[in-house]
Design a protein around this ligand. Structure first.
Ligand code: UGA
Length: 471
């Protein structure tokens, strides 16, 4: 099938690359001329693992090309909308790019198109799209609108696209459902040449869930908001653990063993960031408000998250006593590992807060420093974790890059002025770190000093009594 993908951000690029990988002819458009030129010259405007290789292979096989929106919509049978929906000052999603695209399609296209919204949009956007395609059409367009929310995590988006748990489509006709089923058939059957694995790990085939467009749109916002809620929940549990002297890792482990809760998204830290959770929680609150539902639960989720950085700065302050004049090595700037994205990254508020208090901030991130320089111009950028730690009074971990687990602790010990690590992601092994002479402070767990073992890692597992002779 001839497919076009409008918008070459993380979602659009991954979608275009993977749809080509599973056998479709894809035309991807980008409105930013600089980005478009980069893509046409075989360069990647973003860092997203595996995406570059999949794109290169698809272009070589003549199954993927980049060009203008007008050409993309004129060419395809189905159009995937992957344009940005950034937050407006009042928290609503800004839908102007989607509206403008609807007008262009209505005015330029003749014949049938399936218009598929993949961008994260408020419920009832498909209904608005239908209305505006109808209002503006001048050229004999016939169309259907479907919702097909994405569940791609930055850093693992290719894996998530090709091996998903579910594919959700919202449609109002069997023709649209059949077209989408045909598009996704190789993924539903898990039958395609996988660029990631020679032998794909055996998993359950993805569920293909067909629903109406309103429900599909809600599934996306409800899913992201629910995950954000889990994070804020465990972050509050972490605060409690710090006060009462419990270990949040153990609490999360114990909770996650209940299959009704599950272990995922129970990692405490300095808060969720990125271009999805913060704006989607906000947008979901607004959607509820406008529908007359007070979703105050989500307002708390947001508030708890907004307080994370300040709580973390307080932890650093407690250790350093006076922050002014202290050299602080900040490890990690991206909002999560395996991406160069710093949008709504907790690192930005953290670094600004440390700078306000007069700290000398020396940062290192394996991928995100280029993008960080535009928003954090007043810090020293370093070429590796050791350079950042040179003469430091504290190493502060903001993003859990694997590279930080593999450092040479002896080299690091001799680089720092004071051997103190404040780990905002609970990523390090306390025993290993303290063995090398570091004082280790993490989230929701008692601090550990050299010579003092961390609270026992031994599990007291008492096998479950299935005999019915319980208490
Ligand atoms: C998120 C969702 O996970 C995807 O399913 C969704 O498609 C995507 O948003 C989107 O709407 O486009 P993403 O923002 O890439 O994906 O990243 P996540 O892995 O979900 O992490 C989001 C934030 O939560 C990060 O800052 C991460 O550090 C934080 N987090 C995550 C925690 O603090 N604790 C956790 O246990 C998990």
């Amino acid at each position: 099938m001839k497919l076009s993908v409008i918008g070459a951000g993380y979602v659009g690029l991954t979608t275009a690359a993977c749809l080509a990988q599973i056998g479709h002819d894809v035309f991807c458009s980008e409105s930013d001329p600089e980005k478009l030129a980069q893509l046409q010259n075989g360069k990647m405007p973003i860092f997203e693992p595996h995406c570059e290789n999949v794109i290169a292979a698809a272009r070589k096989a003549n199954r993927l090309r980049f060009g203008s929106t007008e050409d993309a919509i004129a060419w395809a049978d189905a159009i995937f909308i992957c344009v940005g929906t950034p937050p407006l000052p009042n928290g609503d999603a800004d839908l102007h790019a989607i509206e403008a695209l609807a007008r262009t399609i209505a005015k330029r296209v003749s014949g049938y198109r399936l218009v598929i919204e993949k961008s994260t949009v408020p419920v009832q956007t498909a209904a608005q799209l239908r209305k505006h395609l109808s209002v503006h059409r001048t050229n004999g367009l016939t169309y259907e609108v479907a919702s097909n929310p994405e569940f791609l995590r930055e850093g693992t988006s290719v894996q998530d696209f090709l091996h998903p748990d579910r594919i959700v489509i919202g449609v109002d006709s069997s023709r649209a459902a059949e077209m989408l089923r045909e598009i996704y058939e190789p993924i539903i059957q898990q039958k395609f040449t996988c660029p990631l694995h020679s032998n794909c790990p055996k998993r359950k085939d993805p569920v293909f869930l067909v629903t109406d467009t309103n429900s599909a749109e809600l599934i996306k916002h409800a899913s992201n908001s629910f995950l954000a809620m889990k994070i804020s929940f465990i972050n509050m549990v972490a605060n409690l653990c710090e006060v009462v002297g419990a270990d949040v890792a153990k609490v999360a482990e114990g909770m996650g063993l209940d299959p009704r809760i599950g272990p995922a998204f129970l990692n405490p830290g300095i808060g969720f960031g990125g271009f999805c959770f913060p704006k989607d929680v906000q947008a979901f609150i607004r959607i509820a408000e406008k529908s007359g539902c007070d979703f105050s639960l989500l307002k708390e989720v947001e508030k708890i998250n907004q307080r994370r950085v300040e709580h973390f700065v307080e932890t650093v302050r407690k250790e350093l006593w006076v922050v002014r004049g202290k050299k602080i090595a900040v490890w990690g700037l991206a909002f999560k590992p395996n991406t160069d994205d710093v949008r709504f990254a907790p690192s930005i508020a953290l670094v600004n807060s440390l700078l306000d208090e007069g700290a000398d901030v020396r940062a290192y991130d394996p991928e995100a420093m280029g993008k960080a320089k535009a928003v954090l111009p007043d810090i020293t950028y370093c070429s590796d974790p050791y350079q950042a730690a040179e003469g430091a009074d504290a190493i502060v971990i903001v993003t859990e890059w694997d590279e930080f687990r593999q450092v040479d602790w002896n080299r690091l010990r001799s680089a720092v002025d004071r051997p103190l690590i404040v780990d905002g992601r609970n990523m390090l092994d306390a025993t290993e770190v303290t063995r090398h002479g570091f004082h280790y402070v993490s989230i929701g767990r008692p601090p550990v000093t050299p010579g003092q073992p961390p609270s026992s890692d031994e599990h007291l597992v008492i096998s479950a009594d299935h005999s019915g002779n319980g208490l």
